[in-house]
Design a binder for this molecule. Structure first.
Ligand SMILES: C[S@@+](CC[C@H](N)C(=O)[O-])C[C@H]1O[C@@H](n2cnc3c(N)ncnc32)[C@H](O)[C@@H]1O
Length: 236
């Protein structure tokens, strides 16, 4: 028994690694999340069991503990189990918790990286998250922390030139208000909705006005001068 913890990439089914496809080809069972493009399941054998374990913000189909338990159960019953997660499994993907559950149960696993939406969505648009003389550093941060945490670990005084926020739409008003304590309110912002997918949409604004826009999820926010660079390059 081995569990392959696989990153499915940001959305477009072709943005998956060859290594991931090879693991899927021999899967007996695939447990997949809502952000993993279902087209990718076609790489698994037709008779492989495909189990949807959900996990969309606010609509948890199964809890993380239930998912961990299910992966362990499936691993004990099958030779090759694939756990398919959106983007990269370790970028706000709770992949670390899943491998800890496997370790506790002495189950072999392999982690196969994926293209994270944090970088893959802007890059596929042609928006460089770093650029010589414009941005030499990037911070990727969650816009939605576990509400049960005793103390917040997100402090909005990050000094990186480019700030990328995942899961940032629900709290966009509060978060941008915090960021404006440290950055100019005219700092350019770009939102990428459904990056790399057919319904991809890009919205521009500033720290001051981006929370007034009608934004559909999943979406990431990119904050910094690279957004101005992008607008200049493509004449937006
Ligand atoms: C739970 S996190 C998982 C991130 C994932 N592990 C990754 O590396 O992309 C979910 C968040 O990722 C972002 N996201 C994932 N796919 C996206 C896409 N195709 N377009 C825009 N944002 C996306 C959104 O911010 C969403 O709320």
């Amino acid at each position: 028994m081995v569990v392959y913890l696989i990153g499915a990439g940001p959305g477009d089914a072709d943005l998956i690694t060859l290594k991931a496809v090879k693991a899927l080809n021999k899967a007996d069972v695939v447990l997949y999340d809502y952000l993993a493009n279902e087209e990718i399941l076609a790489h698994a054998p037709e008779d492989a069991e495909k189990i949807y374990v959900g996990k969309k913000a606010g609509q948890h189909y199964k809890t993380q503990d239930q998912i961990n338990e299910l992966i362990v159960q499936q691993a004990k019953a099958h030779e090759n189990v694939v756990r398919l997660k959106g983007g990269d499994p370790f970028v706000f993907g709770r992949g670390g918790e899943e491998i800890l559950a496997l370790m506790e149960n002495d189950i072999k696993f392999e982690v196969i990286p994926g293209v994270t939406s944090a970088i893959g969505a802007p890059t596929s648009l042609g928006l460089p998250v770093t650029h010589r003389a414009v941005a030499t550093s990037v911070t990727i941060v969650t816009g939605h922390e576990d509400p049960t945490k005793a103390e917040s670990q997100v402090h909005w005084d990050y000094t990186a030139d480019t700030l990328i926020i995942l899961m940032g739409i629900g709290n966009i008003r509060q978060n941008t208000a915090e960021i404006m304590k440290y950055r100019d309110k005219q700092t350019p912002v770009c939102v990428i909705e459904s990056g790399t997918l057919p319904d991809e949409n890009v919205i521009f604004g500033t720290l001051e006005n981006i929370s007034e826009k009608d934004i559909q999820t999943p979406a990431i926010l990119i904050i910094g001068e690279v957004v101005k660079l992008y607008k200049d390059i493509y004449n937006y």
